[in-house]
Design a protein around this ligand. Sequence first.
Ligand SMILES: NC(=O)C1=CN([C@@H]2O[C@H](COP(=O)(O)OP(=O)(O)OC[C@H]3O[C@@H](n4cnc5c(N)ncnc54)[C@H](O)[C@@H]3O)[C@@H](O)[C@H]2O)[C@@H](O)CC1
Ligand SMILES: [K+]
Length: 498
Amino acid sequence: MPVLELPQQLYTAAGSRAIDALALADELLPQGTLMERAGASAFAVLRQEFPRARRLLVCCGAGNNGGDGYVVARLAAEAGLSPVLLPLAPETTLNGEAALMAAQTERLPRVRVSELSAALDNADLVVDALLGTGLAQRVRPETAAVIKAINAAGRPVLALDIPSGLSADTGAAQGVAIRADATVTFLCAKQGLLTGSGPEHSGRLWFDDLGVDPEVYAEVAPASWRPSPAALARWLPRRQRTGHKGRYGHVLVIGGDHGYGGAVVMAAQAAARTGAGLVSVATRVEHIAPLLARQPEVMAHAVESSDELAPLLQRATVVVAGPGLGQGKWGRVLLRASLAAQRPLVVDADGLNLLCDAVDYRPREDWILTPHPGEAARLLGIATEAVQADRFAAVARLQAEMGGTVLLKGAGTVIDSGRMAMPTVISYGNPGMGSGGMGDVLSGVIGGLVAQGLAPAEAAQAAALAHALAGDRVAALLGERGMLATDLLQQLPGVLNP
Ligand SMILES: NC(=O)C1=CN([C@@H]2O[C@H](COP(=O)(O)OP(=O)(O)OC[C@H]3O[C@@H](n4cnc5c(N)ncnc54)[C@H](O)[C@@H]3O)[C@@H](O)[C@H]2O)[C@@H](O)CC1
Ligand SMILES: [K+]
């Protein structure tokens, strides 16, 4: 039976092939065994996920992913279900193992692509075995047409290994990709399932290592990793019994130009809820009273000039610049002063926009940049779609050009610094978090963790994970729709005191 928990190590298609090759080099595991196990594992998931499905349309491509599909069809028939096969390629062109698996289904009914629409009407579940990790470049038109028809039919879909058309490397649809309700992935977790469009296309994820020897995995370096909630405990500093507020750092949040008062409130509250010893806000005078009314633990300062900001910077352990900062002169002056202050610096939102053209900077080690895809695109001078087409590449480029730690927001947040062994992907969080203020809370959490002594890269990873887990707690309590950024604040202490 497949194990539910995805491993923390994430691989690309090339890594998956390397694991596959090493497993096959082990004479105890011939290819047919792996394919048989993959099919059996997928069929077990099918029974669990779709217990009432009887009429299956199993769509098989020309490679080994198709081979897995033939196994599922055979097992379904043996179990008394009614599978119908849609072979995309003439079965005479299949290679070794896939051909063998197809031959074992010769008595099962088959339909042609021209009959797809009627076959979809008659199916209560589609098994997607069109393309797996062998997908190269954009999906070719004839396969794309099949994928589009399956997506348009609205039938439940179980994808084998990866939704066909999705890149295992980037999580971007290569032109078009299957939208599955569930995906069972084999041998290793592919990073593309967890970032970019991956979560949208994969549905509920299942994993099976097909019984491959754990030693095989030690020989193939993963491309990235996803921390489990247990990683938080390792990152978070122990709170000393004899500690006092001076020990846990002082976060200074800078922002809140005219009309943007809420962002600094949320960032400051988040820093406080993360366990910072002290939190100060430098903002426009009109935000002071509402801020104090909302969160009296925070110290609020009205600043108009860099001179007024200087003593606050002096006292800060870490600076969060950007929430509601605006892109006017006030924001420019305060951001320049923050850059000059020689303090670890979290730059978010308008802080990042100002770095695009209005404020000069040098690459630095001690900053954490937290762009969403649009802001990353602006910083890189490319289109947002180009960022999303390869989020790992975008983070690597931003990091190379700007230094420090880069955290690219959006489903499957990617984090990298020049010093990490590999990028980190956050595999928690939910679509309810796509609402105003979530980024402000995240920047406050990062600031709060740097204040408590975490190095920038660790703070960014731990904060992104804690933020996502807090969002999942809110979703469990309230549901995703209507979730507010401030709802996360209550959940942060629970997440951060594991
Ligand atoms: N080696 C093995 O025994 C195992 C393989 N496994 C399965 O095998 C898959 C990988 O198999 P393959 O390497 O044969 O590759 P795939 O089956 O993923 O795809 C290869 C086929 O897709 C076609 N193709 C490639 N790019 C295309 C494009 N842009 N548009 C349309 N068609 C395209 C190729 O012509 C080829 O026929 C895995 O995803 C997994 O499902 C699993 O069964 C585990 C064991
Ligand atoms: K597939």
